[in-house]
Design a protein around this ligand. Sequence first.
Ligand code: GLN
Length: 495
Amino acid sequence: MIHTKTLKELSALLQSKEISATELATHYLDRIEASDLNAFLHVDRALTLAQAADADARIAAGNAHPLTGVPIAHKDIFVTRGWRSTAGSKMLADYVSPFDATVVEKLHAAGMVHLGKLNCDEFAMGSSNENSAFGAVKNPWDTAAVPGGSSGGSAAAVAARLAPAVTGTDTGGSIRQPASFCGITGIKPTYGRVSRFGMIAFASSLDQGGPMAQTAEDCALLLSAMAGFDERDSTSLTPEQGGVHEDFSRNLNEPLTGLRIGVPKEYFGAGLATDVEQAVRAALDQFVKLGATLVDISLPNTALSIPAYYMIAPAEASSNLSRFDGVRYGFRAEGYKDLQDMYKKTRAQGFGPEVKRRIMVGTYVLCHGYYDAYYVKAQKIRRLIADDFAKVLSGPDAVCDVIMGPVAPTVAWDLGSKADDPVANYLADIFTLSTSLAGLPGMSIPVGFGQGDKNANRPVGLQIIGNYFAEAKLLNVAHQYQQATDWHKRAPAGI
Ligand code: GLN
């Protein structure tokens, strides 16, 4: 079964010509067509097969990159030539970009074959994928459950083996939390490492793209091709700032002897479900067997990450989304009286309820009279949160090399169960938001399942957080765990 193979394995089969890029793309396209998870929003067989033919020619000519011919699918936040780019919104339902996002361009340059665009929460706002204008995605492990969000289509596609590799974006957890809910591996890099050019903006000071796949080894290969300075993104890290090209696979095999793992007490408090806690603690025990030591730490401002994030992210969103006015891109309402009326009707009809809620919250916290009380205060809290991490991770007084804890307080919840309760969704982001506010890299790896009739088939993810630029370390730590365990090899029944 070719689709159960990892990216690394597929790469070897392609290079040795045991399989062609065209056969591989056809196999995945057939699987996507037969799937009813609603993970994909746009597939175009002819476009994909043309890229596969190019990849086969490149392999035949002997100048292939290790990723040449390996299929990939992109979250519909990345703009793509040829395929529609909707951001999960009615506002962009028919939008086709005239250019590719940098990430798409880089992976295409490596020879990866694009399978299509993946469903997500509208403008990446959400934790369950239920905010997509094109319907929810089902979790392949349990179709009654959400796949997580906002990169829900991305995570579901890898879990269901509809694609060996996908891209995601993470503003406050959207790579890590769906990876956790779908039992796959994903990494959010240090802010500024992966170009935001062509990533439809949600909250520009937080948005960061990254890879999702079955294994840490695969994520390392993908990240090596995705990351790097991009002059078209003003917040992209320059080489002087550390935005240098890195081979993120270089130290995957280093042993973990002496690794100090910080375990924050705030991540194991009252809100954490027992089944998630048990799976996470068992993973920590496994790391101890691998030679690591556990260090109790405190990140005292963790709880403030929710109010701070849910002011800063909407504030930036309210500004970013002002471009969707019916004039410049996509949807325009019909039957308007004048320009003002056209704006109003377009935005009223084009945006879904969560996006409107955030535009209103964001506009409110930025307005004169409330700016100091809310927005400036949230920015100060953001600094305190970054300082919490710096105290334990940086400098000569650092007490740990990485931090570990749960990704989310519970396993995936039932579709529909929190759909009308935005605050319940926001609270579930408690363990991922602070990493984003600090701009630190974080990843999720599968470490077990929930318990009881309902949760026994719903995966649990372990979050691994590191200092700025510690991606290679995180991937090394995750890879060593995956060499010793097989959670990442499990697939939903019937795959
Ligand atoms: N769940 C968070 C939100 O709704 C994070 C989303 C994201 O990372 N894109 O904003």
